[in-house]
Design a protein around this ligand. Structure first.
Ligand SMILES: Nc1ncnc2c1ncn2[C@@H]1O[C@H](COP(=O)(O)OP(=O)(O)OP(=O)(O)O)[C@@H](O)[C@H]1O
Length: 219
């Protein structure tokens, strides 16, 4: 089943063309990695898919329905985006992990929070811990689990393992793999990490605003 279909997508800022005529189909439950040289347009494509930018032309379909037909809230619950520079808010870890419940007016599920904390190697991290005292890798993992306490259908990851040491990178990648394989999330991840690229399924490159399929690369 096709989860995401991108048709003739272009994006331009003033006179500068950033993405040209991107066509891409992503199957439900698949793991797609996007790579390519710096400045090629990878993050711009992910932001368009996340509905943080509006295309100049072309369409994005989620489950056969144009993105423009979803309400922003509805779409955000289905398609979730994690930045390279994790953005946490409030003062403590708890402020961040309670937030997904608060916006849904649901009671806080401590067992679920503890489970995901443990899944990313932060089992003993108190919820009262101030975010200003966290390392970059810890912030990254808190931001990631905040995005998946309520599972989206598509998870967009923008270089989330950059800057992590080998041990933390392995934990984060294993967690993302679990979300993909066991929970059925469709993953679209920008990465330069050779390990992640080798490990995961399909790969595309974006070079100067154009998409190149892996099959074409190996020809
Ligand atoms: N709002 C904007 N205004 C002007 N130029 C922009 C804007 N957003 C992106 N660009 C330009 O578009 C190009 C693509 O940027 P983008 O961040 O998508 O690349 P990238 O492939 O993700 O790069 P990197 O691997 O370095 O993160 C760059 O040349 C960037 O300077």
């Amino acid at each position: 089943m096709i989860q995401l279909k991108i048709e003739r997508l272009s994006y331009q800022v003033d006179q500068q063309v950033i993405l040209t005529d991107i066509n891409l189909t992503v199957e439900k439950g698949s793991y797609l990695t996007i790579t390519g040289p710096s400045g090629g347009g990878k993050s711009t494509l992910l932001r368009l898919i996340a509905d943080l930018l509006t295309p100049t032309s072309g369409t994005i379909l989620l489950n056969d329905q144009p993105l423009t037909q979803f309400s922003p809230n509805q779409y955000r619950q289905k398609v979730s985006y994690c930045f390279q520079q994790a953005t946490l808010f409030g003062e403590t870890i708890g402020d961040n992990l309670r937030f997904p419940y608060e916006i849904r007016n649901l009671p806080i599920d401590m067992a679920a929070i503890e489970k995901v904390l443990a899944a990313v190697g932060l089992a003993n991290m108190p919820l009262t811990k101030k975010i200003t005292t966290l390392s970059g890798g810890e912030k990254q993992r808190i931001a990631l689990i905040r995005n998946v306490l309520f599972l989206p259908e598509v998870l967009l990851l923008d270089e989330i393992t950059t800057g992590l040491d080998a041990a933390n990178k392995a934990i984060v990648l294993a967690f993302v793999q679990h979300l993909n394989e066991d929970c059925g999330l469709t993953i679209i991840a920008i990465t330069h990490d050779t390990e992640e690229l080798q490990r995961e399924g399909r790969q595309v490159q974006i070079v100067t605003g154009e998409l190149v399929n892996q099959d074409e690369l190996s020809r």
